[in-house]
Design a binder for this molecule. Structure first.
Ligand SMILES: *Cc1c(COP(=O)(O)O)cnc(C)c1O
Length: 373
């Protein structure tokens, strides 16, 4: 039988744990991750985004992190590349994480865990009357349940009464008691270690600029949605340290900018960055009616952008960020005139499938095909 020596096999990039070397401009940050897993498809494309009604000479580009792979994982895959490497380094046999019932982060974690042959436990927050019922298969739940994640439902009441850390501890201790080795990922995967995902993304953007698929040398602004501030903090830190020089604007999908400045500061301090979050990032309120609740105007905007540009935004994060960015541009066009803006599409498409009733009245007409015979 002909045998293929292992050394003759091609070296696959994907799903391998690789030693990590930070960009030289970030080498002073500590701790530096030792490894990462290649889980996503990078670089994600950057292309021109022909948004309607832009200020004079404003150009908007979009970085398609919604196309980062791993079953529509969006921005979460960049964080998980580092978090999962740590889980495997520590010898974990399962991961635990927590979030809302439509958490994109939980869905991305469920998939990443299975790529690496780990079990995945998800603590999902839902309403009191749904906690004893089958959670169904809407949106992110479909992927999580197909991927065999163990779902532990908690009511909002228990969630806020006990707190996230305590809920995670209860499950962690139970698993430890069964001889398991769980690795805990906090909500949103938002840790200082995970911040490296978007520090790396800045290196990627710089390389793409060098390859010249963007007219001109750099971006003046980077716009991104904000759910914890981790993605924004990574981009802002990278932009400052690398001298990319883009001003990062993070549009929050809930909470107040003050909360996110504090959260981002904690992430920066965790890397001994020696920088003030308020000096490097501009956090703006885009929450509208509140987390995962949309105004009709926001949904109409989402529909218009899909129809005019072919880009589908998610209603919870990127849709609100883009909506508020366009509002800011309309309110103060002089501030944006002539600028080159990079919008990071962070993904989240599956949550649209949890919004069908709201979206249904906005979509186009249909008819039985006219067959004249
Ligand atoms: C989680 C998420 C965000 C927010 O990212 P943070 O790093 O928590 O600020 C933005 N967009 C989408 C689609 C997300 O799923």
């Amino acid at each position: 039988m002909g045998s293929l020596q292992e050394t003759q096999l091609p070296q696959f990039e994907f799903l391998t744990k690789k030693p990590y070397t930070p960009p030289s401009w970030a080498a002073h940050l500590t701790p530096t991750p030792s490894h990462l897993f290649s889980l996503g498809h990078f670089p994600t494309p950057i292309h021109k985004w022909n948004l309607p009604n832009l200020p004079k000479n404003t150009q908007v580009y979009v970085k398609r992190d919604d196309l980062s792979g791993m079953q529509l994982s969006g921005n979460k895959v960049r964080k998980l590349e580092f978090l999962m490497a740590e889980a495997v380094e520590e010898g974990a046999d399962c991961v635990i994480t927590i979030g809302g019932v439509q958490s994109n982060h939980c869905r991305a974690t469920a998939v990443a865990a299975k790529y690496l042959n780990l079990d995945c436990y998800l603590i999902l927050r839902t309403t009191k009357d749904l906690v004893y019922r089958d959670p169904g298969l809407d949106g992110n739940l479909l992927v999580e349940r197909l991927a065999g994640a163990r779902i532990e439902l908690v009511s909002e009441e228990d969630y806020y009464r006990l707190g996230r850390d305590e809920l995670i501890n209860i499950l962690k201790n139970k698993l430890l008691g069964e001889g398991r080795k769980p690795y805990v990922i906090p909500m949103g995967g938002s840790t200082s270690l995970a911040t490296w995902g978007y520090i790396e993304a800045v290196r990627e953007i710089q390389q793409q600029l060098k390859q010249g698929n963007v007219v001109g040398a750099t971006f003046d602004d980077i716009v991104v949605a904000c759910g914890s501030g981790c993605t924004g903090a990574g981009l802002a830190l990278g932009s400052r340290l690398s001298h990319l020089g883009a001003q990062v604007h993070a549009y929050s999908s809930w909470g107040s900018p003050d909360y996110f400045y504090d959260y981002a500061q904690g992430l920066l301090d965790g890397l001994q960055a020696g920088l003030k979050a308020r000096d490097i990032i501009d956090i703006k309120d885009a929450k509208g009616l509140g987390y995962a609740i949309n105004t009709k105007e926001e949904l109409i905007f989402l529909k218009e952008i899909a129809e005019e540009t072919g880009i589908i935004l998610d209603p919870v994060y990127s849709g609100k960020a883009a909506f508020q960015m366009m509002r800011d541009m309309a309110d103060d066009p002089a501030k944006w005139e002539g600028r080159k803006v990079l919008f990071i599409h962070t993904g989240g498409l599956l949550s649209l499938y949890d919004n069908m009733e709201a979206v249904a009245p906005l979509v186009g007409n249909w008819q039985r095909m006219d067959i004249c015979r």
